[in-house]
Design a protein around this ligand. Structure first.
Ligand code: TRH
Length: 383
């Protein structure tokens, strides 16, 4: 059934808000033939992930999605059948009024942040009655079947596996980005917030005794890198060597190329939400820099994920993983934990693929949302 969707995205900071909503909008169109409008208040952020977007166009059609700049003065547009406010962003008051006036009220959903905490399963899908008589539902992504799942395009895992099976794909991709690596080098990508622990990790890589090639897309971690390298400026294409470590700055890639980068690397450091999920679909070991929250609330989320992710590991590998992720997220020395990770890398690599397969058995967010709407139509709640 083809219905209309309005997805609202307010870019708070970084790329996660637009990264998730743009991916979701695309998938609803491509795989479910839905009519989707995406309202974004920062088109520059979208342009970084999707170079074919134009920051000047108030309305543009991109991959079948009608992308709108979210205007200050809200225009009189018809309310969609399904309304998604991403990450509790505030919908325009005029639009909410129009929702109450609609002959059949829309399904109103708040797409929440990703968390592996236990309580998420109990809250996924719960309604929240609003003063204006409408109901808003909480939609929680997650890692277990009791949640809304994760964003995963149909055929993604097969596509990734085909890419990884033929080394020529990796070579061609890396060459396109101007990356030449030694045949035996461990290839690592680094996407993180500012992090005082970086220097000790770089020390460990430089002294690891095996060639390591670190690829860093331009972004917030660059200043820490400059400090450790003792240089004033780093830009795309720069290449520096220290001991067995080579550091290379690469451009911020399109979302599709960023996937290929994750598939190409032996180990990926990722952050936030969307890159964290994409690294899991890459089937390679990862290190997560979680988005820091007040009162260290993020550390509970970190532990909740670690509990799930480390369940299938040996005691030694599990200890190495926990030590490294905790050190990275609490600005502690990384030298010992990196050494320990290298020792169990084959096991972590196997586990990464197993974990990916396990998650891929679950429903993905776009399908779960379409189902949610169909079920809601069958049995609309009484208000
Ligand atoms: O940018 P982030 O730190 O976003 C964060 C989180 O989503 C966090 O939960 C949220 O509260 C905060 O924003 C406001 O990390 P994230 O979620 O990984 O988003 C990055 C996006 O950028 C993701 O879609 C992948 C994409 N990306 C590229 O397209 N090219 C690149 O080169 C890189 C490094 C990332």
């Amino acid at each position: 059934m083809r219905v209309t969707w309005d997805i609202f995205c307010s870019v708070i900071d970084n790329f996660g808000d637009i990264g998730v909503t743009w991916r979701l909008a695309r998938q609803l169109v491509a795989e479910h033939d839905q009519a989707v409008r995406l309202w974004v208040d920062d088109l520059d952020a979208l342009c970084r992930l999707c170079p074919e977007a134009n920051a000047e166009d108030a309305v543009q059609r991109l991959r079948g999605v009608e992308v709108h700049r979210w205007p200050q003065d809200w225009p009189p547009v018809p309310v969609a059948d399904v309304v998604i406010e991403a990450f509790a962003c505030q919908l325009p008051a005029v639009y909410i009024d129009a929702m109450t006036q609609r002959a059949t009220p829309p399904l109103w959903l708040n797409l929440e942040y990703l968390s592996a905490e236990d309580w998420v399963a109990g809250c996924h899908g719960l309604p929240s009655p609003q003063l204006n008589g409408l109901q808003k539902f909480f939609f929680f992504p997650g890692f277990t079947p009791q949640t809304g799942g994760l964003l995963r395009e149909t055929g993604l895992i097969e596509q990734r596996q085909r890419f990884q099976q033929d080394p020529a794909n990796r070579q061609q991709f890396l060459q396109r980005l101007g990356i030449n690596i030694e045949p035996e080098a461990c290839l690592i990508s680094l996407f993180a917030y500012e992090n005082p622990a970086l220097a000790s990790w770089l020390e460990a890589m430089a002294a690891a005794g095996r060639p390591t090639h670190l690829l860093v897309p331009e972004g917030r971690i660059i200043a820490d890198l400059q400090r450790w390298l003792g240089v004033d400026h780093l830009t795309t294409g720069d290449l520096h060597s220290r001991g067995t470590l080579t550091v290379q700055i690469i451009p911020f890639l399109s979302q599709d190329d960023y996937d290929r980068l994750l598939w190409s690397c032996d180990f990926n450091a990722v952050r936030g939400e969307d890159s964290f999920v994409r690294a899991q679909w890459a089937g390679r070991p990862l290190l997560w820099h979680i988005y820091p929250q007040q009162e260290n609330a993020h550390l509970h989320k970190l532990e909740a994920f670690l509990k799930l992710y480390s369940a299938g590991l040996s005691a030694v590998a599990s200890a190495a993983l926990l030590a490294q992720w905790r050190a990275w997220n609490s600005a502690q020395d990384m030298q010992e934990s990196w050494q320990a990770i290298l020792e169990v890398l084959p096991e972590l690599t196997e586990q990464a693929e197993n974990w990916c397969q396990q998650l891929a058995g679950q429903i993905n967010i776009s399908a779960a949302l379409v189902n949610f709407h169909l079920n809601w139509l069958k049995c609309p709640p009484k208000v």
